[in-house]
Write a protein that binds this ligand. Sequence first.
Ligand SMILES: Nc1ncnc2c1ncn2[C@@H]1O[C@H](COP(=O)(O)OP(=O)(O)OP(=O)(O)O)[C@@H](O)[C@H]1O
Ligand SMILES: [Mg+2]
Length: 141
Amino acid sequence: MNKAAHSPELEVVVAVAADIDVVAARRQGRILAEQLGFSASEATLVATAISELARNIVLYAGTGEIVVGRVDGGERFGVVIVARDSGPGITDIKLAISQGYSTSGGLGLGLPGVRRIMDEFEIDSEPGHGTTVRVIKWQRL
Ligand SMILES: Nc1ncnc2c1ncn2[C@@H]1O[C@H](COP(=O)(O)OP(=O)(O)OP(=O)(O)O)[C@@H](O)[C@H]1O
Ligand SMILES: [Mg+2]
């Protein structure tokens, strides 16, 4: 295992308020995933998930943040992405994560896609208070 994989302090926080921040968050996520020893293709999946979550922040909440870090799972470690905002929230989470559901005329593939490409997926949302999405990709052993 490389040295970075043992550094629990590895964490990046990116404030998200515009499209340019989506690009920055995506890039930071890829760099961190690669530092942690993930393959280039896995790092691309991590970057894609960040990009979808950050795009949702800009589109639905206006502002928020993306935190990317290392998470310890005992035998293995992973990369965790937390996307948080204080926007309008999601009333029906089950509907929001179903393929093809969109309130913005989009494809409705963002959340279901993120769920599919990551190993763990959690949404916590309270209408009127905001949304937090937490996803993890574990290192392959
Ligand atoms: N951070 C958020 N705050 C409030 N609502 C959200 C948030 N993220 C997603 N949603 C809601 O969940 C729906 C589904 O999101 P998803 O990313 O899957 O699709 P989309 O953004 O509509 O389209 P696509 O991502 O394919 O361009 C959105 O249309 C929106 O109603
Ligand atoms: Mg989306």
